[in-house]
Design a protein around this ligand. Structure first.
Ligand SMILES: *[C@@H]1O[C@H](CO)[C@@H](O)[C@H](O)[C@H]1NC(C)=O
Ligand SMILES: *[C@@H]1O[C@H](CO)[C@@H](O)[C@H](O)[C@H]1NC(C)=O
Length: 207
């Protein structure tokens, strides 16, 4: 404990804070933003006797069917016919839109005669979507700059506390009365940032 306290007390605050900030980008476990596939969803059924009907597994209809449904961002979509789950849609001979923007749209009136079923009507389809995890780090990718700045400001106060061990500082002080007052102020700083627990583990690593 006794050795080298003076040097560490003089330099630390600036240097340590820089280290912690740079470390954070690499050491903090990056959130896993891999999208997750939902179960097969089927909320719409084509009415084969209505030319203006079709199958509409749209995100809008899914939400209407279940208002609590959450998909932060649709990154991918898979569409299949309920009766022919293993046959790619393109091989079914039906005209179907399957997109991450709207979901699945099949209009009876767009269907040709002579597809996999004799009637020119839509099969019943179901979809599965791959949703971005609903956490800020994964969703607000475009506003990265705004996100990063608050992170830096919260981290810097913590780095100060982790820097100079308070016990060492007090030990060194006895010699000069003037310096002790300066150190006293420095020692009080560490106490304040304590409330943030998650980042605390981070500050422990570099020390
Ligand atoms: C299907 O469409 C026909 C013709 O428009 C209509 O009479 C019938 O009620 C519809 N069936 C359902 C289940 O909506
Ligand atoms: C969508 O998922 C399929 C697998 O279901 C994959 O082959 C394809 O590459 C994915 N597309 C994108 C853009 O991730």
């Amino acid at each position: 404990t006794p050795r080298g306290p003076t040097m560490s007390v003089l330099v630390p605050q600036l240097v340590v804070s820089v280290l912690v900030v740079s470390n954070c980008s690499s050491c903090c476990p990056p959130p896993d933003c891999t999208c997750e596939w939902t179960d097969w969803i089927d909320v719409s059924y084509p009415n084969s006797s209505d030319r203006n009907s079709g199958d509409y597994e749209t995100f809008e209809n899914i939400l209407t069917n279940d208002p609590s449904w959450v998909c932060a961002k649709v990154e991918n979509i898979s569409c299949r016919a309920e009766k022919f789950p293993d046959i790619p849609i393109k091989d079914l001979g039906q005209k179907v839109e399957c997109s991450v923007d709207t979901g699945l749209i099949c209009n009876n009136r767009d269907q040709p005669i002579g597809g996999i079923i004799p009637m020119p009507v839509c099969l019943n389809y179901e979809i599965s979507v791959c949703c971005t995890p609903n956490i800020p780090e994964c969703i607000t990718s475009t506003t990265t700059s705004t996100v990063s700045s608050p992170l830096v400001s919260t981290t810097s106060p913590i780095s100060i506390s982790s820097g100079p061990p308070s016990s060492t500082a007090t030990t060194t002080m006895p010699p000069s009365s003037t310096t002790s007052s300066t150190l006293g102020t420095a020692t009080t700083v560490p106490g304040t940032p304590a409330p943030i627990p998650s980042t605390a583990s981070t500050s422990g690593t570099p020390a």
